[in-house]
Design a protein around this ligand. Structure first.
Ligand SMILES: [Fe+2]
Length: 383
């Protein structure tokens, strides 16, 4: 068994738990909260809802909704200025992966200073962050429980992965009620992100018995509930199951880390501003085929967990069924129905993208070593 540690925030899960945001912030010693969210979450009414609960406990606050999908370096650096200028002493991230990642980056810069690029990589953060609460408004990103933030370097047009246990929020709130305002496309994309987290964590070279249990449970929940969650905004059982799947997959991937799908999706998101979950959904079957020789038995487990009958099949046949099950799920929910070329990817981009993917920290835990040329071939297969 490898030596490992396991990081997790305090987790508050369940319908209506968004209402605990104020008392959670008070408990951490906050007096003025910097509430980071985005326009979409604000339009859906959740920022107003959160502010009501901050006021209820007498907390002062500053709302900041400037981060865009795939948050940029200059956005979070401006956010830090607003945080400091308005005298805040705690950060709340309320949103999907983008708003939560932006909140983490603002909190990092608020006490550590400098530019966000200074922290690219692992364990570069030296000073503690202000109290940090993250609230998930989508079921998939998992950023509310992870030790990572992903920020676009606008000059290089790549997503930087920043990893440190300092980025694990103090408190993560997961309230399935907020999923009722998300449309079918975002539900499908974020659900595929959760499935990708679970699959990459399960086959990661850093997987542990703890992350295995979480990843398999997440795969089971996505397989049984994502279709129903995409089909109806009001199916509360499906929303609860997907909120739990996202949470479990998030904790699994924060600790087992990820693999080639995320390593390849990050530069794609930086170059094309492609939604992260859609990039994952397009790449996942191709990366699974590439990784097959490294982890056939684990793919067979995934097939079985996704409801495939594997009795009488060889390990290889069962592993191939896992890839088919992923593709069938994508077809059913309308994910990955386009190719990368439809989003503007051209052959001339592939070498640069492949070099960026080869240098992404999430590639380190991929079960099969991948050269730049092999990564380029996977991009071409999805072009
Ligand atoms: Fe992801």
């Amino acid at each position: 068994m490898n030596v490992f540690k396991f990081m997790v925030p305090e987790i508050i899960f369940g319908k209506g738990t968004l209402g605990l945001i104020g008392e959670s912030a008070r408990r951490l010693g906050a007096t003025k909260v910097f509430l980071v969210s985005d326009e979409g979450v604000s339009r859906a009414g959740w920022v107003e809802h959160a502010v009501k609960h901050l006021k209820q406990v007498g907390l002062d606050y500053q709302v900041w909704t400037e981060p865009t999908p795939n948050p940029k370096d200059y956005e979070v650096e401006r956010g830090k200025e607003v945080y400091l200028d308005t005298g805040c002493d705690a950060v709340i991230g309320l949103g999907g992966g983008s708003a939560v990642d932006a909140a983490k980056a603002v909190a990092l810069l608020a006490t550590n200073g400098g530019k966000i690029i200074d922290y690219e990589g692992v364990d570069k953060i030296e000073r503690p962050l202000p109290p940090l609460i993250c609230v998930a408004t989508t079921a998939g990103a998992g950023a509310e429980v992870t030790q990572f933030t992903i920020i676009v370097d606008s000059e290089r047009k790549v997503k930087m992965t920043i990893g440190s246990k300092s980025l694990v929020p103090d408190i993560a709130i997961i309230d399935p009620m907020v999923l009722s305002t998300i449309d079918a496309t975002l539900t499908a994309n974020t659900g595929m992100d959760a499935l990708t987290h679970a699959i990459e964590a399960y086959v990661s070279v850093a997987a542990t018995p703890i992350t295995d249990v979480l990843a398999l449970k997440a795969i089971r929940l996505v397989s049984s509930s994502l279709r129903a969650s995409v089909a109806s905004r009001t199916n509360t059982d499906a929303k609860n199951a997907m909120a739990m799947a996202s949470l479990l997959a998030g904790v699994a991937m924060s600790n087992a880390i990820l693999g080639a799908v995320h390593a390849m999706a990050h530069p794609l998101g930086g170059l094309l501003n492609l939604p992260h979950g859609e990039a994952n959904a397009i790449l996942l079957p191709h990366v699974m085929r590439f990784n097959m020789i490294a982890c056939m038995d684990r793919y067979a487990d995934i097939a079985q967990t996704m409801g495939v009958r594997i009795e009488g099949l060889s390990t290889r046949e069962a592993a191939e069924k896992a890839i088919e099950a992923v593709e069938r799920l994508c077809t059913d929910i309308g994910a990955a129905q386009k190719r990368l070329a439809d989003y503007g990817l051209e052959e001339q981009h592939i070498l640069e993208l492949s070099k960026a993917a080869a240098g992404d920290v999430t590639l380190i835990t991929n079960p099969r070593d991948a050269t730049v040329e092999q990564i380029a071939d996977i991009y071409r297969a999805a072009l």
